[in-house]
Design a protein around this ligand. Structure first.
Ligand SMILES: [Cu+2]
Length: 283
């Protein structure tokens, strides 16, 4: 008797489940467009919350791919197709400066706005970054700014080089973080010229030479690397980085201008074990 009841219950449940799913012929796919990201800051302006998302849990020195959403706290909805602009400024004890940044564009999901920022240095107890975000909704302009926390890179690895070229221009060169493995990897970087303290422009058609070495293993190199060249479509530099084993690598760099003249960086030789500009990483 008990068994019969159990079977009947199970059967009823089974039928209910089947009928439920067959009734539901208009499945609503609720996908969160920022589910793979982490919210690192919220800026509040009146009834709007501006949410800043990153792939990492904190803003850090180097290249940061960022996403922004604007939430209307009255309707609880995210605003689509707003015009968004940003400006990060570092307030140092002796001066203020900005950093390289992209424009912000609307992504496939129209409530998500994306771009990148290259922070050259972390904040500290006396010096800090301030992020200003301007946005325009239905012709109405809004502006909000907030002190943001920018930390140093993991393991103190160099992910950005700020240097003066022998052409007397200042440059910012940052690698774009990627999952690297023992293989020939896609390797990308952005190169900006510092026009003044607040303005940075994309440098076009230079060449970024790479020479990866393992300093812990007689400074050996790897085959099949490809120098980074400018991709006009995306405005970034792309090449191939060959890593032949796991461990610590120093990616020595040399920057060549449009006339193929080196403006910064030195060859690695028997006498010179590293270039003055480099990225380092471990896999
Ligand atoms: Cu600074």
């Amino acid at each position: 008797m008990k068994n019969t009841i159990r079977i009947t219950t199970a059967l009823t449940l089974f039928i209910t489940l089947i009928s439920c799913s067959s009734d539901d012929n208009t499945p609503q796919e609720v996908t969160d467009p920022v589910a793979h990201l982490q919210m690192v800051e919220t800026l509040n302006e009146g009834s709007f919350d501006i949410e800043l998302y990153s792939e990492t849990d904190q803003l850090h020195v180097g290249y940061n791919a960022l996403s922004i959403r604007i939430k209307d706290n009255t309707s609880k909805k995210y605003i689509e197709n707003a015009a968004v602009d940003w400006n990060p400024v570092m307030h140092m004890t002796s001066m203020q400066h900005s950093c390289p940044k992209s424009e912000i564009s609307v992504s496939e999901d129209k409530t998500v706005y994306t771009g990148f920022v290259v922070f050259q240095m972390p904040g500290n107890s006396e010096e800090y970054w301030n992020l200003k975000i301007d946005f325009n909704i239905n012709g109405e302009a809004y502006s909000v700014s907030k002190k943001i926390n920018v930390v140093g890179s993991t393991d103190d690895y160099r992910t950005v080089n700020v240097f003066m070229g022998n052409d007397e221009n200042r440059y910012v060169l940052a690698n774009i973080p990627a999952d690297l493995s023992v293989s020939v990897n896609d390797f990308e970087a952005v190169l900006f010229k510092m026009e003044n303290m607040m303005d940075f422009s994309v440098v076009e058609n230079y060449i970024i030479e790479i020479d990866p070495r393992m300093p812990g293993m007689n400074n050996h190199s790897s085959p099949n690397n490809e120098h980074l060249s400018y991709d006009a479509k995306t405005g970034i530099y792309k090449g191939k980085l060959s890593l032949t084993m796991t461990g610590y690598w120093k990616i020595n760099l040399k920057v060549l201008n449009n006339n193929a003249q080196a403006i910064k960086g030195e060859d690695v030789t028997e006498e010179n074990e590293a270039s003055s500009i480099y990225f380092d990483l471990s896999i």
